[in-house]
Design a binder for this molecule. Structure first.
Ligand code: PGA
Length: 254
């Protein structure tokens, strides 16, 4: 059975002192919830907090990930952080292709594939985000858009590489808007994505791939989402900064 994953994407929030307070609160509340093996919690704080947080979480089952990685190896790329640097800090996960990076930093699948390959070379698990914009859905092009985002990456991976990837379906119209996809809309797209993986590879890869939903997930709407067959957890933005709400989401996933 696929393990449930609840991931918190802090984006460019909060400042360091508030971040420490938040991670301590999440630790205290979440650790008793995840004693069994039912759910994996991952936190994606800003890069510069990773080292401090790694120390704080080292004795817990809460994992840490990076929100981004450079698309090139090491060298003269001012301001960038490489996959090998993340590996050297024991970071095990990295978000790739978040819609904010696609939109504000012009990241396309060609660049995202380079990042994924570099991460896989360092044994870091990519969480590959995909999802359509509101106009795509209004024009009934949402399946075609997501198919394109999935196939441009997965057709370029080996079966062994594909098995390592976690997918997050995040409809852009639901991110930070308070408008959550209905469980039916989310389930339908998750099943579609899983089927695309089945077509590219096979049943075993498709059934083994965790597909998270993201977009205005809260404690109050998460139980219904998690009751869907193909929803294996959540990538949470805003609510991951609110410890009670975040831990409520974790509870609903167990
Ligand atoms: P949100 O963000 O939960 O605030 O909608 C989700 C995300 O961007 O991953």
């Amino acid at each position: 059975m696929r393990k449930k994953i609840i991931a918190g994407n802090w984006k460019m929030n909060p400042d360091f002192a508030q971040g420490i307070e938040l991670i301590e609160k999440i630790k205290t509340t979440a650790i008793p919830l995840i004693e069994g093996d039912g759910v994996q919690i991952l936190i994606f704080p800003p890069y510069i907090y990773l080292n401090e947080f790694a120390g704080k979480l080292s004795t817990t089952k809460i994992g840490l990930g990076s929100q981004n990685v450079a698309s090139t190896k090491n060298g003269a790329y001012t301001g960038e952080i490489s996959a090998s640097m993340l590996k050297s800090m024991q970071i095990k996960y990295c978000l790739i292709g978040h819609s904010e990076r696609r939109e504000y930093f012009n990241e396309d699948e060609k660049l995202l594939l380079q990042k994924i390959k570099l991460l896989l070379d360092e044994n870091i698990i990519p969480i590959y985000c995909c999802g359509e914009r509101l106009t795509d859905r209004q024009n009934n092009e949402h399946f075609a858009i997501v198919k394109d985002q999935i196939s441009k990456i997965f057709l370029e991976l080996t079966r062994e590489e594909a098995k390592k990837i976690i997918i997050a379906y995040e409809p852009v119209w639901a991110i930070g808007t308070g408008v959550v996809a209905t469980p039916q809309q989310a389930q339908e797209m998750h099943a579609f994505i899983r089927n695309e993986i089945r077509i590219i590879f096979d049943e075993e890869v498709a059934e083994g791939t965790s597909i998270l939903y993201g977009g205005s997930v809260k404690a109050s709407n998460s139980a219904e989402l998690f009751s869907c067959n193909d929803i294996d957890g959540a990538l949470v933005g805003g609510a991951s900064l609110l410890p009670d709400d975040f831990c409520g989401i974790i509870k609903n996933s167990i």
